[in-house]
Design a protein around this ligand. Structure first.
Ligand code: 6PG
Length: 242
């Protein structure tokens, strides 16, 4: 486990541009090694900006999109065509604009496809397990003003999930209430975890996540400690760091 790395950027546009370049480089490098990289997408507003930027840059990049596998760090348990779906957002902003192989897009099952969020978590875990142990080349995550990441919220029972890859989440303080999230255990198996945060509203949570001490129950983003954890921040989100 290495100490998290912090990369600061002047503003949200520069931040999104840098993350997009770094992600495209990383995918190209993996493909040059003959791999089909697994990328974990996230929900939220900064992720949507990133997906749009990736779609804009796709034309000039040499990424072979049909050789990228897409997964999600978390998903909202709503019908497949709901505008609240993280997968729907990623499709509209990115996946519909590049030539992905549909067999490589691994969505968490929706509420009109399986009965419960527990069933969705189980099916998603099975898909990940069948796929292999290494999990993602890069998992992208946002952070909430309360310190949540993916759908792991402060003082929530889902934080304690053990021996699990994905967990059902109910009573989420961020709507919608029912969700599916990767667990810390799964996140730690990713080659890299990239947090992306923009805006003053995230500053306190970012500072708590990166502080030397503090609790994971209070700030779940503290619980993600992989081999390579990078915090991509704009100056506003970094403003409470020492
Ligand atoms: C979701 C998320 C969530 C999100 C953060 C940051 O499903 O809502 O995956 O963890 O990434 O809440 O979202 P914003 O960028 O919108 O603040």
């Amino acid at each position: 486990m290495n100490a998290p790395e912090v990369r600061r950027h002047d503003d949200a546009d520069v931040l999104v541009g840098d993350v997009a370049s770094a992600l495209l480089d990383r995918i190209e490098a993996a493909q040059a090694r003959g791999e089909t990289p697994d990328i974990g997408l996230t929900g939220g507003s900064i992720a949507e900006e990133l997906h749009r930027e990736l779609a804009r840059r796709a034309v000039d990049s040499s990424v072979d999109w049909s050789r990228v596998r897409f997964w999600w760090g978390d998903e909202r348990f709503v019908p497949a065509d709901s505008p609240d779906r993280n997968a729907g957002q990623a499709r509209a902003a990115l996946l519909d604009h590049v030539s992905v192989d549909p067999a490589n897009v691994h969505e968490v099952p929706a509420s009109d496809q399986v009965a419960t969020a527990e069933d969705a978590a189980k099916a998603y875990s099975t898909a990940l397990r069948e796929h292999g142990a290494g999990f993602f080349e890069v998992l992208m995550l946002g952070i909430g003003p309360d310190g949540h990441c993916a759908s792991l919220f402060p003082d929530h029972p889902a934080l304690d999930a053990r021996d699990a890859i994905a967990v059902a989440v109910h009573d989420s303080p961020k709507p919608p209430p029912d969700r599916v999230s990767l667990t810390f255990e799964a996140m730690e198996r990713c080659r890299a975890v990239w947090f992306i945060a923009s805006g003053e509203g995230k500053a306190e949570a970012v500072a708590r996540a990166l502080a030397d001490d503090g609790s994971v129950a209070e700030t779940p983003a503290r619980g993600v400690r992989g081999d390579e954890t990078v915090w991509w921040l704009d100056e506003a989100a970094a403003s409470a760091l020492p």
